[in-house]
Design a protein around this ligand. Structure first.
Ligand code: GLP
Length: 262
């Protein structure tokens, strides 16, 4: 794993955006895996800026989102489809038909999950997957104890995640769906590159356990220790519980230019 510690979330997001932009320039028909939540917002804003000011071209890019709430229609204010449309897809030149978010209203959820996996395969697999992390270490909505072999499926959220996400539903926990569809950990591990972003003190324990703790299903993100190309972008506060911060900075600062955004 490569650990990139920046002074704040904005600087970390700009560094992550450079990795995404380099991939899209080198492979214009890249397949991106995308995440929701508050964490990737600065990354998406930077990608929009790169599109508008530097001509970063998304016209051939395909995307697959990690997850969606079960029961929310795409136009619902808190659906992840709407989040993506508003925060990334509409301001860039991506073709909407090339964007994929799991269908929270699917009548046959297992069939819809299998079709999602198949669509990823048919697109050539995910080149780069963007990840946030829950304070309990979840990735996508793969809550603690999710199988490392899991594929796209329905999951039940933990009470902690329901409570945490209630802030997006006017603080009303009863409005937060209890079920979601999420890519599995196996699906995420199939991506050729994974980039995780984590900002703020409430992520510090999960970040430390993910990077320096044992690989265990109780801390789903720790599986990234087994990924051949995983980068973790953190701000100072999210890095505060790591033991080897001096080493991570030493490695990053010593990188040759050609390797920096690869
Ligand atoms: C949500 C999403 C995750 C996200 C996480 C953290 O539950 N399903 O993909 O990484 O919570 O959210 P935030 O970035 O708002 O802290």
């Amino acid at each position: 794993m490569e650990i990139i510690i920046k002074e704040n979330g904005q600087a970390a997001s700009e560094a992550a955006a450079r990795v995404v932009a380099r991939l899209v320039r080198e492979k214009p028909n890249a397949v991106l895996g995308l995440a929701t939540g508050s964490t990737p917002l600065m990354l998406y804003r930077e990608l929009i800026r790169l599109h508008q000011e530097e001509g970063l071209d998304f016209s051939q890019v395909t995307t697959f989102n990690l997850d969606e709430y079960v029961g929310l229609p795409p136009e619902h204010e808190q659906s992840y489809r709407r989040f993506m449309n508003e925060n990334l897809f509409e301001p860039i030149n991506i073709k909407m038909e090339n964007t994929h978010v799991p269908d929270g209203l699917a009548a046959d959820i297992p069939a819809s999950c299998a079709a999602y996996e198949q669509a990823i395969v048919e697109a050539g697999g995910i080149d780069l997957q963007v990840l946030g992390i829950g304070s309990d270490g979840h990735v996508g909505f793969n809550e603690p104890t999710s199988s490392f072999a899991s594929r796209t499926r329905i999951k039940t959220l933990t009470q902690q995640t329901v409570a945490h996400n209630a802030r997006f539903f006017a603080g009303d926990e009863s409005q937060v769906p209890h079920h979601c569809i999420t890519m599995g950990i196996g699906t995420i591990m199939d991506a050729r590159m994974n980039i995780m972003l984590a900002f703020g003190a409430n992520k510090a324990d999960a970040v430390a356990a993910t990077i320096e703790g044992p690989v265990a299903a109780i801390m789903p993100a720790s599986v990234l220790q087994h990924h051949p190309r995983a980068k973790v972008f953190v701000d100072e506060t999210a890095s505060s519980r790591l033991r080897l911060t001096d080493y991570y900075r030493w490695v990053y600062n010593g990188k040759p230019d050609w390797q920096r955004d690869a």
